[in-house]
Design a protein around this ligand. Structure first.
Ligand SMILES: *Cc1c(COP(=O)(O)O)cnc(C)c1O
Length: 368
């Protein structure tokens, strides 16, 4: 044996990865905590999804359907897609990982954007490939910066649209311009984790583009508007060749049976999603307005969270606000690891939580 070592050694690059740190959930010493740090919906899941979940509890000894047919058909029906072009995952995180494992190896490059979702970088590095960062322009994905970052080693481009933690979006015309200029062997991944929330005429989640090209994949999740984060359900829509490759390496039973049942019921209850989106649209506007009036800068958001930028003044910085809010039970997300040293991300919560944060920040900013 050459290269002997006295202990098992991870492949090169693995120990360079900084593990993902989820949003905090606790406020020590506070009785009532409002978790606004992980973009979870305040409305929970559809009652129909909950019923389906409970039903499935009667059959836990049976393996789930490895094809997740019930769920893929529900998604296909509601979105008008071919179920054969859909793959489901244990959260969309799993699908982002599978895409990297199928298309990236050492020496390859994956493009991510300046404030992009951290899971992309982790999964690119997990494959021994190199993450290449394209600058954003005032918290917006910059298509020209992405194109300038393309080399002959580029294999994949990840864009969250809307972006997390920025909440901004890339108009459909810009996505199309990017796609048209990418080499045909480069996969463009459009992560639409927050697509349900967007109400803009010039936005598309990517269904059209996937349907008319061979190198675009759209990923979606049940963790946000559908309120099923605990069950871990994601899906991707893509060209047959890509879906086929992903299916070859996924776990044979990657979705559990309660997730398949509850996910299908949730997808078919679009009335519930409309209510969730209405709640969100109302509060995104109200929160953005209230924080702006306090003198805080808010990045315009089309998702279910707002990025709040704090003054660079002693006692008024994001870290100070974080402490102040946490001591009152309002748990927001620090976003330093996303390149924002002086901002917090707040998920839209219940009316009570939202009014509570407005009230607390009013006090924090010395306006009351
Ligand atoms: C929340 C989120 C996801 C969803 O991840 P799941 O694994 O499906 O829970 C994906 N992408 C982005 C950008 C997100 O913010």
């Amino acid at each position: 044996m050459s290269s002997a070592s006295l202990k098992p050694m991870p492949r090169p690059g693995i120990l360079d990865i900084a593990a993902y740190v989820p949003g905090k959930e606790h406020a020590p010493g506070v009785a009532r905590v409002f978790k606004l740090s992980s973009n979870e919906t305040p409305l929970g899941p559809s009652p129909k999804a909950l019923d389906a979940f409970k039903q499935s509890a009667g059959h836990l000894e049976i393996y789930p359907d490895g094809q997740a047919k019930l769920l893929r058909e529900a998604i296909a029906d509601v979105h008008g897609l071919n179920a054969a072009n859909i793959i489901c995952g244990n959260g969309s995180d799993e699908l982002l990982g599978l895409l990297c494992h199928v298309y990236l190896g050492p020496g390859d490059e994956g493009i991510i954007t300046e404030h992009g979702f951290l899971v992309y970088k982790i999964q690119i590095m997990a494959c021994g490939a190199t993450p290449v960062v394209a600058k954003e322009n005032d918290c917006r994905v910059d298509v020209d910066a992405i194109l300038a970052a393309v080399t002959d080693k580029t294999k994949i481009v990840f864009i969250a649209n809307p972006g997390n933690p920025t909440g901004t979006y890339v108009p459909a015309s810009e996505i199309r311009r990017l796609h048209a200029a990418l080499p045909p062997h480069v996969i463009l991944v459009l992560d639409g984790a927050y697509a349900e929330y967007v109400r803009r005429n010039d936005y598309e989640a990517g269904i059209e583009l996937v349907s008319t090209s061979r190198n675009v994949v759209m990923t979606r999740t049940f963790s946000k508007a559908y309120g099923l984060a605990a069950l871990r359900i994601g899906w991707a829509y893509g060209p047959a060749e890509i879906i086929d490759a992903l299916n070859r390496i996924r776990g044979p039973f990657n979705l559990n049976a309660p997730a398949i049942s509850a996910g299908a019921a949730a997808m078919r209850d679009q009335d519930f999603i409309r209510q969730a989106v209405d709640h969100n649209t109302h509060w995104i506007e109200r929160l953005s307005e209230a924080f702006t009036q306090l003198g805080l800068k808010v990045t315009p958001s089309v998702a279910n969270f707002v990025l709040i930028h704090f003054p660079d003044t002693d006692g008024k910085r994001a870290a100070d606000a974080d402490d102040f809010l946490t001591s009152r039970g309002y748990v927001l997300r620090a976003v330093r690891s996303y390149g924002f040293d002086n901002a917090l991300r707040m998920s839209v919560g219940s009316e009570e939580a939202n009014l509570g944060v407005i009230d607390a920040l009013t006090t924090f900013m010395g306006r009351s």
